[in-house]
Design a binder for this molecule. Structure first.
Ligand code: HEM
Ligand code: HEM
Length: 178
């Protein structure tokens, strides 16, 4: 499959579900990192909500609108290979939906959220209550998520500048404007 070309006119790319998913997920993660008391009930519920959002997004990846579907952006070795060889030639291939490298990061972010939900839940069970290694794993996952999300947000801003399409605004309005 050929890479998509960038829009030359305003084009609707992100459906309302994708946008609501994204900013709700960001809110849950930031609340758990910086606002809510760690390990208290609101922290647990925000963490479960984040995990539920990711699971719903996985379902949407099969039934959602065109650019929301995994088939549109899943970072297969072939897509990544084409993307890297274009970068090596000094080109910045543009995509109407997600680019394969960004998609790899998005999958990693979603996996980290699910792993946090799982390790958080395990800490509430009799079998693992008070296990230090699990608390440490949860903390490492949270730090990893923070780092990855920082890189992801910075990349979205920088790539948007390079491609002259405001990607962050598109994640709010749903529309990519060249
Ligand atoms: C987006 C999901 C989540 C994020 C980003 C997150 C983040 C964090 C962070 C940053 C800490 C403090 C770690 C430290 O410095 O010791 C923490 C602690 C904790 N979290 Fe989460 N968490 C999430 C989900 C959950 C869930 C779903 C649960 C339980 C149902 C949970 C239970 C706990 C508990 C019990 C602690 C205290 C651990 C300790 O005593 O060190 N978390 N979490
Ligand atoms: C905890 C923080 C974050 C997480 C977990 C996260 C996660 C994600 C995920 C899973 C996607 C894929 C969206 C989908 O197809 O459903 C995505 C896309 C995106 N995110 Fe984030 N995000 C975070 C923070 C941010 C921030 C702060 C910004 C703004 C600077 C941002 C800007 C974007 C943009 C622009 C896209 C679409 C990229 C494209 O055009 O291909 N994200 N993010």
């Amino acid at each position: 499959m050929k890479p998509d070309t960038a829009p030359t006119a305003p084009v609707k790319v992100w459906d309302p579900f994708v946008r609501l998913f994204h900013w709700s997920l960001v809110s849950c993660v930031l609340l758990n990192q910086f606002v809510l008391e760690e390990g208290e009930a609101p922290h647990e519920w925000a963490g479960y909500l984040a995990s539920a959002l990711v699971l719903a997004r996985v379902v949407w990846g099969f039934i959602g609108s065109r650019h929301a579907r995994f088939a549109d952006f899943f970072p297969t070795p072939a897509r990544l290979g084409r993307h890297f060889s274009a970068l090596r030639q000094g080109q910045h291939p543009q995509y109407a939906g997600h680019n394969p490298l960004g998609a790899l990061m998005m999958l990693a972010l979603m996996a980290l959220v699910l792993a946090l939900g799982l390790t958080g839940w395990m800490q509430t069970t009799d079998a693992y209550f008070g296990e230090e290694w699990l608390q440490e794993l949860h903390e490492w996952l949270a730090n990893g998520l923070l780092l990855a999300a920082g890189l992801h947000a910075a990349a979205a801003i920088v790539m948007g500048r390079i491609e002259r399409v405001n990607l962050v605004r598109a994640m709010i309005t749903g529309v990519k404007r060249p």
